[in-house]
Design a protein around this ligand. Sequence first.
Ligand SMILES: NC(=O)C1=CN([C@@H]2O[C@H](COP(=O)(O)OP(=O)(O)OC[C@H]3O[C@@H](n4cnc5c(N)ncnc54)[C@H](O)[C@@H]3O)[C@@H](O)[C@H]2O)[C@H](O)CC1
Ligand SMILES: [K+]
Length: 527
Amino acid sequence: MKILTSQQMKQVDDTAIREYMMPSVLLMERAAMAIAVAGKKMLTFEGLSGVLICCGPGNNGGDGLAAARHFHEMGIPVRILLLAAPETFTHDTLANYHMALKWGLETEFYEDRKDQLEALENWQSGQFLIVDAILGTGLSRQVSGRAYNLIQWINRHPSPVLAVDIPSGIHGDTGKVMAIAVDATKTVSFGLPKVGNVCFPGAEYNGSLSVADIGLPPELLIKAPCVARRLSVADIIDLLPDRPRNAHKGTFGSLLVIAGSTGYTGAAIMAVRGALLSGTGLINIAVKESLNHIFEQTLWEAITTPLKEGEDGGFSAEGIKRMHEQKSRSQAVVAGPGWGSGKGWSEVLEGLLSQADCPMVLDADALNLLVGRLHWLKELKSPVIITPHPGEMARLTGMSIEAVNNNRLKTALEAAKQWGVHVVLKGAGTIIASPDGKAVINSTGNEGMAKAGSGDVLAGIVGSLLAQGMQAFQAAAVACWIHGKAGDVAADVIGKRSITAVDIINALPEVYRRLETREGFNENHAG
Ligand SMILES: NC(=O)C1=CN([C@@H]2O[C@H](COP(=O)(O)OP(=O)(O)OC[C@H]3O[C@@H](n4cnc5c(N)ncnc54)[C@H](O)[C@@H]3O)[C@@H](O)[C@H]2O)[C@H](O)CC1
Ligand SMILES: [K+]
């Protein structure tokens, strides 16, 4: 599914209006009907007896005013709170304001007075639904003053909240919280989801998200430029490499994992286990000689290449030579998990990047070594995927973690373009960005996965898919989906709190089994 910026969505609306002869009030009417249908279900489900609709001056408020008519026609008591004077309304919002009056509805101005809100609290004995039509994709600045106070009141009130298009206060292009945002129970977005609906922190505010068809011409939606996509189960099934019946282990590729050091052997083991269970034919792990016995004992299915150690981490010159020989027999490399901070690893990394003759995943300590050495990424011969979490991304870019998180999509896209690598910016709603400007926002996973070792498993899955011949961008996006889904499957069984990286690994077979048997995953409308 496509994800659009507010501007891209506006472009679709404008084209529908100008070139497809769709009156703009008709789009608003369809949006309002979708809100009324969703709102009615919430009322029934929660046993509520009225709807309080909070309207701003823009078209988001117009959707709210039009929805008021539909609720009224359903026989549901409606109360309309206006945040701005009608003189400031957009054309269609004003039309719907007048229609609402003609329909016999009353409106009241939000005075920002305590007694007004106190009186409201007891309306319908407090049993009402709040419709948030304050601000939509036209939000352009920090929320302050009366809008801020009303949103604060909404968030403190126990009523369920239905957000129109996007929770008010979330920036449509970034997902940034503009000082405050409505914490919705459900959000109905129109046409296609906006970045702010799916990018964290904004995505957290939707409650459950659905996307309503508001009658925009399908061909326009198909043609519309988008800034990112979301992958569905069907996409994942489509993208996963075929497994022919007459395959042998060479068919499924050979992966070299360069990982682990004293204190961090677990990282290497988890990366290899993630790769093993993701279908790679052969896995070779390049390790320090002194640690070899650990891998021999724990990773029966992998081959180990014990290498002479360097003075401060990494490998000796002879060890590095053997590592390169092994690499030349591999289709993909994972480097970095559990390296530790020894300076010797920088030689290993520089060598890998200067002779990058197969696709490579760089994770964890390999990323720390890249800080201040991003020029090593210049003139890469093969695709490189880097998998930073926001802290690593902040160090790599020189930005603050807060700045990274406030614009995750743009940060990942710009880094991918500037450094010429594929970027997997981890965290809720992982962003996968390619150097040529494509992006995917991942929809799977849960907070239980925020545990040590989880990233090592992901690096292993990406490496595995690369070794099986997938294109770098697709391998990264599919791996993130599968990794997240494994976390979700694990959460279903043992709950989120207790999930460990090993549980994610153990859930991988079930995820692949379901994909192979095309067994339905529960997936909501927004994918
Ligand atoms: N296909 C669709 O998605 C359709 C969407 N519709 C709805 O239209 C809104 C977008 O409407 P727009 O008029 O462009 O913007 P807003 O309603 O979000 O509000 C703009 C309004 O608010 C002022 N403003 C901006 N930032 C702030 C702030 N921080 N505090 C206070 N006021 C602010 C700004 O100056 C303007 O006056 C979309 O979300 C949908 O709900 C169509 O109805 C149908 C097609
Ligand atoms: K809204």
